[in-house]
Design a protein around this ligand. Structure first.
Ligand SMILES: Cc1ncc(COP(=O)(O)O)c(C=O)c1O
Ligand SMILES: N[C@@H](CCOP(=O)(O)O)C(=O)O
Length: 462
């Protein structure tokens, strides 16, 4: 399996190389040259398997010979052993044909753990073999950063720097990033919003001298391995509702477009997905784009679902690459136009996007009302991101096709919003009980590339 860049000008890489490289050297994102397909029998054979066994079968065709089967199985086993739920990603029924896929039973209580725990193990195995050292820099609106710090804290051969928007993550998210005391992890509160963090991260990758000097690696969904690990739960959940003999749809609370893009990969592999619904909060650039064809950035408006307060949606580039017939030059041109505020998607590409995706948005009031209504009717307490998904799913769903909404974080990560909606403050699980008592360690930084690069050079232990 080979990986190519969405901008068509970077070296073609193997899985392991793409995983360690992060952003392609032409500024694009790596995608598989071809998507492997599963037959109906392959999909049916996933029924009844453990999450780990299903993960092995779904991911194996993408990794080639990077890890032998024994090693890959044992990496997967270690990645998911810390999850609190035996099913890893359990389904809950909300209504006759609406299901919630709970993705928050990992160590940092968000869907990011599914990929990050795996990547931590993959990096460790690969770096131990090569003896190389890397500096991981991540950009986060709250959940990727905590998951990355949890996955890489104390590991050999790796330093992790996480840029988060100062004052724009929840207290639980911040403490998850600032309280671990391992010397190789560093939380940086950037004076800006998430898009600034992600832009500086991409600037660092595009500064080839710097990336080579520090051995820069990425664990955002820039990294194909992140997307790949997220493909698995589309299969396990659809199969448990009757796939391949029954179609299902998914609604995905969306910001950086990695999670829903993983769903589109599952569909192209042969999983019978009827609709993939993009659900956004009031930062609704993706919904506006799907509706009008105009992708124009606007001011980020802080919301009660802060992890989705994103305007420059990184993985949309991967979807555009496919929608433009895998024309790297066309994608590079669009990304150039994005630097000055946005672009218009061609009619053909928009039609291609609409073949795969529907979209909807939830206002702040609708999000709160959904948390309150669902708690009252079903007893399920949603985090605000998941509530955005449930609200949009209810609007968009076809009663004939089961709808699965991804519940992307635990409500206890966003207790203020949940308390406002329900009157009850959700508590953290016992294993995180000391979070509020631990000392915090954080560096405040300006939104300035050179200053950030100096900070990373100074603090790196490797
Ligand atoms: C809780 C939560 N829900 C939804 C999203 C959106 O996911 P994606 O960025 O993959 O679209 C994020 C951020 O990634 C998140 O942290
Ligand atoms: N919502 C994310 C933003 C970064 O997304 P990623 O999937 O590219 O890592 C977060 O919580 O940090």
């Amino acid at each position: 399996m080979k990986y190519i860049s969405t901008r068509g000008q970077a070296p073609v890489l193997s899985f392991e190389e793409a995983m360690l490289t992060g952003l392609a050297r032409d500024g694009g994102l790596y995608v598989p040259e071809e998507i492997p397909t599963f037959s109906e029998d392959d999909i049916a054979a996933l029924a009844g398997l453990s999450y780990e066994d299903a993960a092995f079968r779904v991911m194996k065709p993408f990794i080639g010979d990077a890890f032998d089967d024994r090693e890959f199985r044992s990496i997967i086993g270690r990645a998911y052993e810390g999850f609190e739920h035996i099913a890893r990603a359990p389904l809950k029924q909300l209504d006759s044909n609406h299901f919630l896929l709970e993705l928050f039973h990992g160590p940092t209580l968000a869907f990011k753990d599914f990929a990050m725990q795996l990547i931590g193990q993959l990096f460790q195995a690969s770096l131990a073999r090569s003896g190389n050292r890397v500096t991981i820099v991540g950009a986060t609106s709250g959940d990727t950063g905590s998951a990355a710090i949890e996955a890489f804290a104390g590991l050999d051969n790796v330093d992790v720097f996480v840029l988060y928007p100062h004052g724009r993550v929840s207290e639980v998210q911040r403490r998850q990033m600032t309280t671990p005391d391992a010397e190789n992890v560093h939380a940086i509160a950037l004076d800006g919003h998430f898009d600034d963090c992600q832009a500086r991260l991409k600037d660092m990758f595009n500064d080839h001298a710097f990336r080579d000097e520090v051995g820069l690696a990425g664990v955002n969904s820039i990294n194909w391995a992140r997307v790949l690990a997220q493909v698995v739960y589309y299969f396990t959940s659809a199969v448990s509702l009757g796939a391949p003999h029954r179609n299902v749809s998914f609604t995905v609370p969306t910001g950086n477009f990695g999670d829903i893009f993983a769903g589109s990969i599952a569909k192209r592999m042969g999983l019978p997905i009827d609709r993939l619904v993009i659900a956004t909060n009031q930062n609704d650039i993706l919904h506006r784009c799907m509706t009008t064809g105009e992708y124009r950035t606007d001011k980020v408006i802080p919301s009660i679902s802060p992890s989705m307060d994103i305007q420059v949606s990184s993985n949309f580039e991967r979807a555009l690459f496919d929608a433009y017939g895998r024309d790297g030059a066309a994608v590079a041109q669009l990304m150039e136009e994005l630097k000055s505020g946005g672009f218009k998607v061609s009619q053909g590409a928009l039609e291609a996007l609409r073949e795969d995706y529907d979209s909807g948005m939830a206002t702040e009031d609708e999000t709160l009302a959904t948390i309150s209504h669902i708690a009252e009717v079903t007893g399920e307490v949603l985090c605000p991101h998941s509530a955005v998904g449930v609200k949009v799913a209810e609007e968009m769903r076809n009663p004939e096709v089961p709808m699965i909404t991804l519940a992307t974080a635990h409500p206890a990560k966003f207790p203020d919003a949940v308390e406002e909606a329900t009157g009850d403050r959700p508590g953290l699980p016992p294993f995180m009980a000391s979070l509020y008592d631990r000392p915090e360690r954080v560096t405040e930084a300006k939104n300035d590339l050179a200053a950030l690069q100096s900070l990373i050079r100074e603090r790196r232990t490797t």
